[in-house]
Ligand binder design. Structure first.
Ligand SMILES: *Cc1c(COP(=O)(O)O)cnc(C)c1O
Length: 388
């Protein structure tokens, strides 16, 4: 019998012990295809009169369970899971924009999203204009005639926030579809669909996995948008999630509220302490000067700070002992990444003008280690990087 009282998110995510044969963990349907009991059920499935799984490129019961859980968590009608965040992002964008369409995208967007729009989409006749996500005037001016407004809030380098409620209204009035990359906040700390945004995408490789052992992506939206992707895009691009990885994400979801609470507290504490450190010129964390219109319900563990000129960046990175140098974020382990590494990246995406962040910026992903140990590590690394 369903529980009578509406449950809190943490209970919904944790209490999931109702599977076949009393198993508390869901089965992994490691099967490429699903057979039919008889002729009529096969015909019914092809006619669209049944939803029995057919083939795992398009539907798998373990993946379906993940999709239902995430749709509920984001407050959306439906969800589709993908083999990576970029598969989710490219499928979502291509389901909305086609040849001749104009996309507006915020600056400081995830680098591969930038390259996808700048390079790949351009080849197929989709043009993109990059706009300042904090300038409602600029966006309002450029919306007419656009097909899609792509947001990422907070952004994953300077953590600047966009006013989701306001931008969703402006876009809707102009007949423009909105997509947001909500990876930073996770579905717990921001619910963009409730602000009027049309489509939410996640790199589930970050907080939803939480254990740095899965690369995966998710799209959440109304049934209308999800059907567009499921009918016209995803079966052909084929970027499906495996049943085993869906199971790992279901496992990650059980501890998401606990982990996010710890990331929130620890990162905010470190950001506040860094702000008063004499060798830190500035800290980019949306919790330090909260916007009155902010739709964040909490803060994740990813933020950045600018080191003073007299701190040697290579020495600082090498002196850290608990923060390891690495890309990605959202896992249990603390990571550090100097912006200079991205600014020096070879290829078409290599100018500070395009990326717009200071070469003295350091980004950290605060993991689940004890806050005071992480603080000590940051302090000793700054000291070790000062001129002797
Ligand atoms: C990592 C990341 C992505 C890409 O996700 P993958 O799972 O690596 O494909 C997209 N957006 C943001 C903000 C990210 O951090």
């Amino acid at each position: 019998m369903p529980y009578a009282k509406p449950l809190h998110e943490q209970t919904e995510l944790t209490h999931d012990a109702r599977h076949d044969k009393g198993a508390v963990s869901p089965p992994i349907y490691q099967s490429s295809l699903f057979t039919f009991a008889d002729y009529d059920s096969m015909i019914a499935r092809f006619r669209g009169d049944s939803d029995q799984p057919l083939y795992s490129r398009v539907d798998n019961p373990t993946v379906r369970e993940l999709q239902q859980k995430v749709a509920q968590l984001e407050g959306g009608e439906a969800c589709l899971a993908f083999s990576s965040g970029m598969a989710a992002i490219s499928n979502a964008i291509l389901s909305v924009a086609g040849p001749g369409d104009k996309v507006l995208c915020v600056k400081h967007v995830y680098p591969d999203t930038y390259r996808f729009l700048r390079g790949f989409c351009q080849r197929f006749g989709i043009t993109t204009e990059f706009v300042d996500g904090e300038s409602e005037n600029e966006i309002a001016e450029k919306l007419p005639g656009a097909r899609l407004l792509y947001l990422e809030s907070p952004g994953s380098w300077v953590m600047s926030e966009q006013n989701l409620t306001r931008l969703a209204t402006l876009a809707r009035d102009a007949g423009v579809t909105t997509i947001i990359d909500n990876s930073w906040a996770s579905p717990l700390f921001q619910k963009p669909l409730s602000c009027g945004i049309d489509i939410v995408v996640h790199s589930a490789s970050k907080y939803i996995s939480g254990h740095s052992d899965v690369v995966a992506g998710l799209v959440i939206a109304s049934q209308h948008y999800i059907s567009q992707i499921a009918r016209h895009i995803s079966p052909f691009l084929g970027g499906k999630l495996s049943a085993h990885e869906a199971w790992l994400l279901l496992r990650g979801l059980r501890t998401l509220p606990l982990r996010m609470r710890q990331h929130h507290q620890s990162a905010l504490t470190l950001a506040e302490r860094l702000q008063t450190h004499p060798q830190i010129m500035g800290v980019c964390h949306p919790g330090l000067n909260p916007q009155p219109w902010s739709t964040l319900r909490g803060y994740s563990g990813l933020f950045a700070f600018e080191l003073a000129e007299n701190v040697d960046i290579p020495s600082f990175c090498n002196a850290l002992q608990l923060f390891h140098m690495g890309v990605s974020w959202g896992g249990f382990e603390s990571l550090v990444m100097p912006a200079i590494s991205v600014l020096n990246q070879a290829g078409e995406f290599n100018s500070a003008v395009d990326f717009g962040v200071s070469p003295r910026l350091i980004r950290i992903s605060v993991g689940l280690e004890e806050t005071d140990d992480l603080w000590h590590d940051l302090q000793q690394a700054i000291s070790a990087a000062l001129p002797s």
